[in-house]
Design a protein around this ligand. Structure first.
Ligand SMILES: [Zn+2]
Length: 242
């Protein structure tokens, strides 16, 4: 992968986050950044793999801040990082860290170089905040995928049919969207999840609560398999579209 932003040669300062970091050569790191204006960018942080470098601690995944970059004709270099949030407590918990890195991997898969939707960075930021607060990871991932899909304009609302637009209380989540019983037809597609009123209400709770209420919500164990199945379908829906 070789993501070069559509920026002319020169210096830039952009808000963003490190999604992935890999050691490159003797002491450099290659970083996959998600930036507010440039979208996904691979950048090289020279010397950052050395513990003595001032870039070493600030070029780890989940670090948020302002990245000072230099775009040469061939690649992008990270010159400096002004950290706004390093999610230190999230990193100290292996389970939460794993969930956070999985979500960063989703964010990388669903983003493109160029101009991302304005909501994308805040969605990722508040997703990591919810994980940090201890909200159930399956619910956090579902909310992240749903909101990301909404920002990209491809995930359907939860209260009406994607095909005919009629409001409903039960339906089928498919790769064509959320369909009412009539639009789904007599033998719905195989990648299809029936959602009754109870399931739709559980999903609405996970995706519609305010950020603060969501972080305080304790989801019960029997809701989690539903969240997992819906997340799998949402992933496919988003992947098909980007
Ligand atoms: Zn319909």
């Amino acid at each position: 992968m070789d993501f070069l932003p559509a920026l002319p040669q020169g210096h830039y300062r952009q808000l963003g986050v490190v999604l992935r970091a890999a050691i490159s050569g003797e002491r450099a790191k290659n970083l996959l950044l998600l930036l507010k204006e440039a979208g996904l960018v691979w950048a090289t942080a020279a010397g950052a793999a050395s513990g003595r470098s001032r870039l070493s601690g600030v070029t780890e995944p989940l670090v948020w801040g302002y990245f000072t970059l230099y775009r040469s004709p061939r690649r992008v270099y990270v010159r400096e990082v002004t950290v706004r949030e390093d999610f230190w407590t999230l990193r100290q918990n292996p389970g939460k860290l794993r969930a956070a890195l999985e979500i960063c991997a989703d964010a990388a898969r669903f983003s493109l170089p160029g101009h991302p939707p304005a909501e994308v960075l805040p969605i990722l930021y508040w997703t990591l905040k919810a994980l940090e607060a201890g909200t159930e990871p399956a619910a956090v991932r579902l909310r992240f995928l749903y909101r990301w899909g909404m920002a990209l304009g491809i995930v359907p609302g939860l209260d009406r049919c994607s095909a005919c637009g009629k409001p409903f209380t039960q339906g089928f989540l498919t790769l064509q969207g959320l369909l009412c019983t009539a639009c789904a037809g007599p033998s719905p597609a195989t990648a299809c999840l029936p959602l009754g009123e109870k399931e739709l209400n559980r999903l609405k709770k996970a995706v519609m609560l305010s950020g603060k209420d969501f972080r305080n919500e304790s989801f019960c164990r029997d809701e989690l398999p539903l969240f997992g199945k819906v997340s799998t379908l949402l992933t496919r829906l988003i992947e098909n579209s980007v």
